[in-house]
Ligand binder design. Sequence first.
Ligand code: NAP
Length: 533
Amino acid sequence: MVKNTATQYDVAIVGAGFAGLYLLHRCRQLGLRARVWEKGAGVGGVWYWNRYPGARCDVESMQYCYQFDAELQQEWNWSERYSAQPEILRYAQHVAQRFNLLDGIDFEHTVKHARFDSEQSIWTLTGENGESLTARYCVMATGCLSKPNWPAIEGYDDFSGPVYHTALWPHEGVDFKGKRVAVIGTGSSGIQSIPHIAVDAEALTIFQRTPNYSVPAQNGPLDPTQAATIKANYQALRDSASQKHNAIDGIYSTESALRVSSEERSAEYEKRWNHGGLTFLGAYGDILRDKKANDTAVEFVHEKINSIVNDKMVAKLLMPTNIIGGKRMCVDTDYYATFNRDNVTLIDLNSQPIVRLYSHGLETAITEYLVDIIVIATGFDAMTGALNQMDIRGRSGIALNEKWQHGPSSYLGLAMHDYPNLFTVTGPGSPSVLTNMLPSIEHHVEWITNCIANMKANEHTIIEAEASAEQAWWEHVQEVASVGLKQTTNSWYTGANIKGKPNVFMPYNGGFPQYCKKCEDVVKKDYEGFVKT
Ligand code: NAP
């Protein structure tokens, strides 16, 4: 018998990652009754699932954490400059316990359908387990990188060994000792895991389709004095970050790479390479605007690869030829040096595509590779994947994935016309993945919960984005995306990594401060662009 646990809540929240946890806390603070459904057996979202060796944040720990609670900010101590996945997961678990959130979450609850009933103004979530949950509002806190992308390779069932996707890593870990291992994919997940797997495995073969740019993290223990200095004036760091395009504090030059001598430029790139991390691209203001400026950074990174990797043929294969910063840059520890190990081999899939998996390994167009374990590091159906895999139907009954069949559109990345009382946290059309996700999440959570509280206070029951507002915002998202070089590269930002996915630049590249200002103006004008009844 199907168990019906239908209950009336103010807010149904999907996902218990950083967005879902803060949503639940904020709802409770505002006196809203909320319930969370989470697919996993624990909190943490992306940090719950991505447990591969070397998984680590590419934004510094002191910035990649919540700022909504001053005490939490003060009491939590990060051990490294860039936190590793287990520590970030412990932080999410700590937050859930500290704010007594666990009793508001149903774990192992995967949403199958979400339906809006126009007559009653109610959203009903139906789970894969047959349970249902009803609420006036529904907030999708399902993450931007949460639907794993499995490459369409023939023969998964024929391979006799285990196949692991980095985004669905076994909780008990994987023992690579004495094993021959294949890794497919050289994005952030591959680049982070490869150096670790190489240390343990007997032999590691890396199957690369496109090389990626990676800069060293220069990770290490977090200097307690530096952490204490930040904590003594945390707000200053947060305020400064909120004024940055990517919501990450750092030094970003506005100078042109082409107006300085090559010696000066090299010295600047060298300084940033040695400092480590994503602010490498902040060396000059035109790296992502002017191809010639971009070329100077490309040349520097190519030289670095060439100087680190002993085998010059391998070095050449590791040098990306597209612009730097078009795809999200990777941040690594010992990635390029790993190719100097005797047990590591790089295979260029452009010269020998994978044909199929067979019982003992992988067959390419040229030969067979005997392996015991295959690691799939091929990323995600990003930004829309998690939403589109649920059957979400709004006022007129049209499925969201049908509305988005030619690409997503939204108003502010927060709401969609025809889907009243439905909100998305860091949805397509918001800065999201182009920023430090934590401040972006907090911004969305506060905007959405304030909106719901405002609706209640004014005895409104329905809020819906106007079609014209959504269209105007989406045109703006595309207009902003067309400036500069970023959109010239095929990437998961544009959906190009998924076969058949519409090619549309999905995140908002107008910058975090400009975006926040727009959201604030909308509220000041009594939710301009929304219809409330
Ligand atoms: P990704 O950047 O999309 O990289 C996927 C890799 O798999 C690419 O090298 C891709 O090659 C390759 N690939 C895809 N399909 C393939 C196929 N059929 N055959 C062979 N190769 C194939 O995915 P990701 O590495 O998981 O990273 C995604 C995003 O997650 C990152 O950009 C980042 O935002 C986030 N992330 C962050 C961290 C961190 O904080 N440090 C760590 C991991 C992930 P092509 O380029 O040719 O498609």
